[in-house]
Design a protein around this ligand. Structure first.
Ligand code: 8YV
Length: 315
């Protein structure tokens, strides 16, 4: 029997490649030098696209595949998939929720601790001999007991808040409505008001056109020169120019960021700052989670081609 043909947008870990190739005829888009010609050549035969959260699938790619039935995303975020183009043609879309929630929350909390306690500089202090030469490392700011804001109390935001509870923090959150599962946490609908009462502001919103730059100049100003912004969602949720201006002018205390506009080619202004912690979009990057994400991508593809219900559909 002929295997269904799929378009693979970006590379996966090696343990995902073999089972994918066993089940499907895989067209490796990311290896093509001339991408438009490659799409023109194979697009007509493609019945599914396997992509990654940050790579998605744009309208050009979707339109180049007239027989497309499904887009399976390796990642919880599907904002990079052109959903309007999918809706137009009843193309289904799946993502990989739940399996990555705890790791993403862990990294967000780790970034807060790392930056607040100056761990990167402290490590350098030991390695470059400053400890012996200069003595004690400069004092940093405490985390436990302080005020945290969680912007977006979905699956990941909830797990972040749960962890912060362990640090005896005063926790508030912002969302479209008050959440019944947020007992003991203060609901503050307005993001500016949330930032105003926070020492640490976590951005954990699913990104969409509606949330673009939800963290703008006003939220950043409200967080203020002592505040820390932590982003484990998508860069588009933050006005990056406003963020850079505030960090450069010390009008925002610090920022811990796992995501950037145009990543991996981030704005070089970030690299000149010492009040930031920069991470390479790896909040879900553990062996355990990435294996589960790869399996879920394949299980959704397999379910679709077997005529079974999709496991984690978003469209
Ligand atoms: C990436 C993510 O998909 O879950 C998401 O939305 O952005 C990540 O998990 C991951 O970096 C793999 O490319």
């Amino acid at each position: 029997m002929n295997k269904p043909q799929i378009l693979q947008v970006g590379p996966y870990p090696q343990w995902d490649e073999a089972p994918l190739q066993e089940a499907f005829t895989v067209h490796r888009y990311f290896e093509a030098d001339d991408k438009p010609s490659f799409l023109a050549e194979v697009g007509g035969r493609v019945r599914a696209i396997a992509t990654r959260g940050e790579l998605g699938a744009n309208r050009t790619m979707i339109e180049a595949c007239p027989a497309l039935e499904l887009i399976s995303v390796y990642g919880v975020g599907f904002d990079a998939v052109d959903l309007a183009a999918c809706r137009d043609r009843s193309i289904r879309v799946t993502n990989t929720p739940d399996v990555l929630t705890n790791d993403v929350a862990d990294l967000g909390v780790a970034m807060m601790l790392c930056l607040s306690r100056g761990m990167v500089g402290a490590e350098r202090w030991v390695r470059d001999g400053s400890w012996a030469a200069k003595g004690l490392y400069p004092l940093k700011r405490r985390v436990w007991g302080r005020r945290a804001g969680v912007l977006g109390l979905g699956r990941i935001g909830y797990e972040v808040a749960k962890r912060l509870k362990g640090f005896d923090m005063d926790i508030a959150y912002s969302d479209v409505s008050e959440k019944p599962y947020a007992e003991g946490w203060t609901f503050v609908q307005d993001p500016v008001a949330l930032a105003k009462r926070s020492d640490f502001l976590f951005v954990t919103l699913a990104a969409s056109a509606a949330t673009r730059h939800i963290v703008g100049r006003d939220v950043i100003a409200a967080l203020g020169e002592e505040g820390m912004l932590i982003n484990i969602s998508r860069a588009s949720n933050i006005d990056e120019d406003a963020l850079l201006d505030a960090l450069e002018g010390n009008r925002l205390g610090s920022a811990a960021l796992d995501v950037f506009e145009g990543e991996p080619a981030l704005n070089p202004r970030f690299l000149a700052l010492d009040n930031v912690l920069l991470q390479p979009h790896h909040a879900s990057g553990t062996l355990e989670t990435r294996k589960a994400m790869g399996k879920l991508v394949r299980d959704n593809l397999a379910a679709h081609f077997a005529g079974q219900p999709l496991l984690t559909p978003v469209l």
